[in-house]
Design a protein around this ligand. Structure first.
Ligand code: G1P
Ligand code: ZN
Length: 546
């Protein structure tokens, strides 16, 4: 085997965003494209001295191009002095499992191959993300350095060794580098068994609790089967669509009531199971559904926080909570009641890393179906599902009873997100610019029964490293706690996506049964009249409402 230096042209790619680099598969298949990005990762990390015995973790969500990309990454890792690579069997590792394996094996970092919930297959998307030694997404300083390398590099280094057998557990070599094919589920399952009361949850299944977990033909299938049906004794068939497919069965593996409509329909049917859940392409998102009730992610975070001490891994209580800015303030109310802090961060899981590393927060959540804790440094779909199962087991109540009891105690935060996808990017920018200009005049203004308490473009100063993130979204907070938030998506692949987030606080249980779009109707009108969204985009209604 030998190592080659191959000439290449700099990479004409976007900056890797909060979720790494996401592009069409066809783009990744262009000669040198994948190699350029991987070279930029290794140049940023710098070659390790042999004495460091540096190891990295590699795995993906099983989408089309996963196996090919892994073989290339392995050959390039061998050419850059990596001593050992841990790869999931079959190239499979969910995003939370990568985080778990990095931490457990004290790896230097990890490469996650996924475009999360974006469609897969030859015509779909592919993605690459680098995670650092704490198991979490690389911070901006590192992703910026990678981007700079992609613009400047003129060659990449690769071994002509391999390919490595990915389907058999065990070790092999490329050059001096050891490749260890590991069970993708084992370390993750062991961690879950330490955090949750597996005995109580098993008893719940033995007692007849019926559950439906929709893996949406994506990576969480093998994890859910091994843990729910294997370790916890749920009946076979509890996990549906459990086989990861290269094109996710043609579906859109994003667990929300729109994309997981089949699960929602099931949970509303006459023979609905007691508990329903779904996860996304790479296994980091979750949706929680009870019989006839879908729990909003913002409520789920607040409910988990309020009940955290019921799960063994959190029996000592929680330190603090962090939520992304557009996530509802339901968690803030719980934090107040518990006397702990609640941090508001920009959108994207990477902002939680420092807070968890500094032991300032235990639980984190985003409205976009992401929930997690300091057990790893990524959001974790199955973790949230197991948390809910633990709550059902200990409280002996249904999902709906738990949610209603929470609203009765803390009040209900009606919540909805309206997405306007693939709108003209210039029009979207013009709308945001005009809105920013209006902000100084909004405070104190009244709109019907709402009076604006605060209007700004969210700026976040990290309490740990004091880095500042500006322009993180428009917040318009009303005196009664209701809010309107507007921001542009950072993950869309076509034009711009405008996200409008709406939240109305209602303390009185007599008013906890309004259909959310109705409850929010007045705020929706106010948001449109302030932003001129329809005027700028020419769109009458959102593409997706969740
Ligand atoms: C979306 C979600 C955000 C999440 C990100 C990655 O980003 O809104 O909460 O962290 O995907 O999963 P956006 O497209 O809004 O920038
Ligand atoms: Zn994901």
């Amino acid at each position: 085997m030998s190592i080659h230096t191959i000439a290449t042209t700099p990479f004409a790619g976007q900056r890797p965003g909060t979720s790494g680099l996401r592009k069409k598969v066809s783009q990744f298949q262009q000669p040198g494209y994948l190699e350029n990005f991987i070279e930029a990762i290794f140049l940023t990390l710098g070659d390790a001295p042999a004495s460091e015995r540096r190891s990295i973790v590699v795995g993906g969500d099983g989408r089309y191009f996963n196996r090919e990309a892994i073989q290339t990454i392995l050959r390039m890792a061998a050419a850059h002095g990596v001593a050992r690579v841990l790869v999931g069997q079959g190239g499979i590792l969910s995003t939370p499992a990568v985080s778990c394996v990095i931490r457990k094996h004290a790896a230097f970092g990890g490469i996650v191959l996924s475009a999360s919930h974006n469609p897969g297959g030859p015509d779909g998307d592919f993605g690459i993300k680098y995670n650092i030694g704490n198991g979490g997404p690389a911070p901006e300083s590192i992703t910026e350095a990678m981007f700079a390398h992609t613009q400047a590099l003129t060659s990449y280094r690769i071994s002509d060794g391999g390919p490595v057998e990915l389907d058999r557990l065990g070790t092999s070599r490329i050059e001096n580098m050891v490749v260890e094919v590991i069970d993708p589920v084992a370390d993750y399952a062991a961690l879950m068994a330490r955090l949750f009361d597996f005995k109580a949850i098993s008893a719940l299944f033995a007692g007849g609790l019926r559950m439906r977990f929709d893996a949406m033909h994506a990576v969480s299938g093998p994890y859910a089967r091994a843990i729910l049906e294997g370790l916890l004794g749920a009946p076979a068939g509890t996990v549906v669509n459990g086989e990861p497919l290269e094109d996710f069965g043609g579906g859109h593996p994003d667990p929300n009531p729109v994309n997981a409509a089949e699960l929602i329909a099931h949970m509303e049917g006459v023979d609905a199971p007691d508990f329903g859940a779904a996860s996304d392409g790479d296994g980091d998102r979750n949706m929680i559904v009870g019989r006839g009730i879908a729990v909003t992610p913002s409520d789920s975070l607040a409910i988990i926080a309020a009940n955290a001490s019921l799960a063994p891994g959190y029996a000592g209580g929680i330190k603090g909570i962090a939520r992304s800015m557009p996530t509802s303030t339901a968690a803030d109310r719980v934090a107040d009641a518990l006397g702990i802090s609640c941090f508001e961060t920009p959108t994207g899981w990477k902002y939680f890393g420092n807070l968890m590393d500094a032991n300032l927060v235990t639980l984190c959540g985003e409205e976009s179906y992401g929930t997690g804790s300091h057990h790893i440094r990524e959001k974790d779909g199955l973790w949230a599902v197991l948390f809910w199962l633990n709550l059902l087991a200990v409280r002996g109540e249904s999902v709906e009873q738990i949610v209603r009891a929470h609203w009765a105690r803390f009040g209900r935060n009606y919540y909805s997100r309206h997405d306007y996808e693939a709108v003209d990017a210039v029009a979207a920018d013009a709308m945001m610019t005009a809105l920013r200009d209006k902000l100084p005049d909004l405070a104190g203004q009244s709109f019907g029964r709402y009076r604006v308490a605060l209007a700004d473009d969210f700026v976040y100063t990290d309490p740990v490293d004091h880095s500042v993130a500006t322009r993180q979204g428009i917040r318009i907070a009303m005196v009664d706690g209701s809010r309107i938030v507007l921001r542009l998506s950072g993950t869309g692949t076509e034009g711009a996506t405008i996200r409008l987030y709406l939240e109305r606080y209602e303390a009185d249980p007599a008013h906890h049964d309004i259909e959310p779009q109705l409850a929010l109707a007045e705020l929706i009108d106010i948001a449109h009249s302030i932003s001129g969204l329809r005027h700028y985009t020419g769109r009458e209604r959102p593409t997706v409402i969740t």
